[in-house]
Design a protein around this ligand. Structure first.
Ligand code: 1YM
Length: 660
């Protein structure tokens, strides 16, 4: 085979540079979970998504119109596009190596050499084809570019030889990648599921009307009555509206055609389709950014929910309907089926599997894009608008009535119930505003009691370390004084008798010291809630407070740092004057003056909370949930520092993005 760059890379030369490759991709093989969120079936399909996303990026950028997906064997997948072809020239920073090879053997090489900001799908999917390469026992790439054909083969990320020119390609261009997931990573049978790949291919075609996707699957891999076809051409000029019409074709609808539109704002695209389903039908909300699914939602969903809710409210206000002001996003979105797809220049994702969009400006842009259009759509058919408004108002009234009933029931239950003696309760009982702080020890409890707002904030001090719930039996849990006090204060029964409506507070906030012991107690409490009251976490009602570790002052300026890293950062950039910065370290919440505790950690106007999160309960979330179970069991082992790390990592991931 011809060596394109004449670097004279003999077999030996390749061995030498292979060592570098191995070192470069070693972290991926060593900790695959960090890159693809695990090594299970879901993670395996992330490999396919990664390669497909590269082709989709090329299509969205206007360079490719067709993508072929071919499942050749249970463990062999080929994805091909007719785009420009990966760049084949010598890479300026790696003499003797082609750009393709660098893309496939270097972590995060993605955008580095296109000069412009390469519009990757971002997040998990932006990490690059190199991750797929590292985790494949065999990967073959073929490129048709400038009328020539090029090929290269790899095993576990290591090239078998240099990129070689292997012939002419007079009439075509594009990239094809074939790969076999490595059984050393994914287990003995690293098999793709035709249905998962087919669904993925179909949703990409719906999401981008400008692409035609050809699907092919070895018929031997399909059951006789398999709903997945052996071959199909997927092309949907009607985009999301087509998807919604297909997805709801057996469902009763409240309106005849979905509200669907496409808007370009600031050079970015916003596209959606929404319809209202008949009574009792289950809705859904599927969102995407740059064709990557965002099952945990994020800022685009928030913006869209705001747009629709506010537009409907203002339609009601204009019509003089006073009740319209009370409708919430949940009232409006109950029983809706929604597809939302945004294309952003530089998307930011978060979460262990990067499945939530956190780009801050997406909320405003999406709201702006959708609100005008929805207002026009409402105005175009006043009867239809009135009908939707009435439905939302009915749900709002239902909701308020149920809440009243619950409050009454709770009040009479509380009267019968003896609350734990050490609970400092709040006076309000409207769960929209009430909060319970769980604090460690009596001294911190004392400070918190002084710092709180008596009307809305209750404090329950917990003494010492609570029982290790991961390993304790149910009887032992029941007999534990701290835990039974906790359940009593919350007004609920743990385990299968738990009812979310019994909860006496809107938010449960774990407030422990910013040190390893504090992290341990927080981990134990989270485990307890996860084991005994998962519905409370699912409802988004469990939070972590973020007490600072350091107080930093200079002149009249005071700043607080959550940890050492933030202290360093603030030392560099937090103060505008040079000179000495006074730094004091809080030994614990109990040592913090109540005024400071209030300002930094408890006052809703100035604090930051982290919402504790669970993966959603759907097919995609199921694997992640199993992951949580495993995590809980391993975390509750012996190593405190592991736990501490988990809390920090996890906390980052659950950054509260409060909904409408
Ligand atoms: C089957 C997978 O990877 N197609 C693909 C990838 C690239 C390009 C074209 C491409 C991009 C650009 C310029 C650019 C990639 N390029 C890069 C890098 N299909 C598949 N098709 N020329 C070609 O964005 O400027 C990474 S992937 F790094 F060069 F930008």
């Amino acid at each position: 085979m011809a060596d394109l760059f004449g670097s004279g890379a003999s077999a030996d030369g390749y061995d030498a540079s292979n060592i570098e490759v191995l070192e470069g991709l070693e972290p991926v093989r060593h900790r695959p979970g960090m890159y693809i969120g695990g090594t299970d079936e879901r993670a395996l399909h992330h490999l396919a998504a990664e390669i497909l996303d590269n082709s989709m990026d090329e299509a969205v950028a206007g360079h490719a119109g067709r993508i072929d997906i071919h499942l050749e064997a249970r463990d062999r997948l080929t994805i091909r596009d007719n785009g420009r072809g990966m760049p084949v020239g010598e890479h300026p920073k790696f003499p003797g190596k082609s750009a393709v090879e660098v893309i496939l053997t270097t972590l995060h090489a993605g955008g580095k050499f296109s000069g412009k900001a390469y519009a990757t799908s971002g997040g998990l999917h932006g990490v690059g084809a190199s991750v797929v390469n590292a985790l494949s026992s065999d990967l073959h790439v073929e490129i048709a570019r400038e009328k020539k054909l090029y090929q290269q083969r790899f095993s576990r990320g290591v090239p078998a030889g240099p990129l070689a020119e292997t012939g002419a390609a007079p009439n075509r261009r594009g990239t094809a990648v074939s790969f076999t997931p490595d059984p050393e990573i994914f287990g003995e049978r690293p098999y793709f599921r035709p249905a998962t790949l087919y669904r993925m291919a179909r949703s990409k075609a719906y999401l981008f009307a400008g692409v035609e996707i050809r699907w092919r699957c070895d018929p031997a891999l399909l059951a006789n009555d398999d709903p997945v076809p052996a071959e199909a051409t997927l092309h949907y000029p009607g985009g999301l509206a087509d998807f919604l019409t297909d997805a709801t074709n057996d469902t009763a609808l409240l309106i005849s055609t979905p509200f669907a539109a496409q808007v370009e704002l600031d050079g970015q695209k916003f596209e959606w389709a929404i319809t209202w389903l008949g009574a009792g039908e289950d809705g859904f909300f599927h969102s995407y950014c740059n064709t990557v699914p965002t099952p945990s939602g994020g800022t685009h969903e928030t913006g869209f929910r705001q747009a629709i809710t506010r537009a409907l409210r203002s339609f009601g206000d204009l019509a003089g309907n006073r009740k319209a002001a009370d409708i919430t996003a949940d009232d409006v979105f109950a029983g809706t089926a929604v597809m939302l797809s945004v294309f952003l220049r530089d998307p930011q994702f978060q979460g262990q599997t990067k499945d939530r969009l956190v780009s801050a400006d997406a909320t405003k842009l999406t709201e702006q894009a959708a609100r005008d259009r929805f207002e026009q759509w409402l105005a175009a058919d006043a009867a239809r608008a009135q009908f939707l408004l009435d439905a939302a108002i009915e749900r709002a009234e239902d909701r308020k009535r149920r809440k009243k009933e619950r409050e009454v029931a709770r009040k009479s239950a509380t009267r019968r119930l003896r609350l734990p003696g050490k609970l400092a309760d709040c006076t309000a009982n409207d769960t929209d505003v009430t909060e319970l702080f769980l604090v460690e020890g009596d001294s911190a409890g004392g400070s918190a009691k002084q710092a709180r707002n008596r009307k809305t904030q209750a404090v329950l001090p917990l003494r010492g370390k609570i029982l290790n719930v991961a390993s304790a039996s149910t009887e032992k849990l029941g007999a534990n004084q701290e835990l039974s006090d906790l359940a009593l204060a919350l007004g609920v029964r743990p385990g299968k008798d738990f009812r979310i409506d019994d909860l006496r507070y809107g938010r449960i906030i774990i407030m422990t010291d910013a040190d390893v012991d504090g992290a341990h107690i927080a981990a134990l409490l989270m485990t307890y809630f996860y084991r005994e009251m998962p519905a409370l976490i699912e409802a988004g009602r469990l939070f972590l407070a973020q007490p600072p570790l350091y107080r930093m002052t200079q002149g009249g300026t005071t700043l607080y740092a959550l940890d050492d890293a933030q202290r360093e950062e603030l030392t560099e950039t937090g103060f505008d004057r040079r000179g000495k910065i006074e730094i004091s370290r809080f030994k614990g919440l109990g040592e913090m003056p109540p005024g400071q505790l209030k300002e930094t950690t408890m006052n809703p106007a100035s604090r930051r909370l982290l919402r504790v999160d669970l993966p959603r309960r759907d097919s995609a979330g199921a694997d992640a949930r199993r992951g949580v179970d495993q995590l809980v069991s391993t975390l509750m082992g012996k190593k405190a520092e592991l736990r501490f790390g988990y809390i920090r990592d996890h906390a980052e991931e659950v950054l509260a993005d409060l909904d409408v």
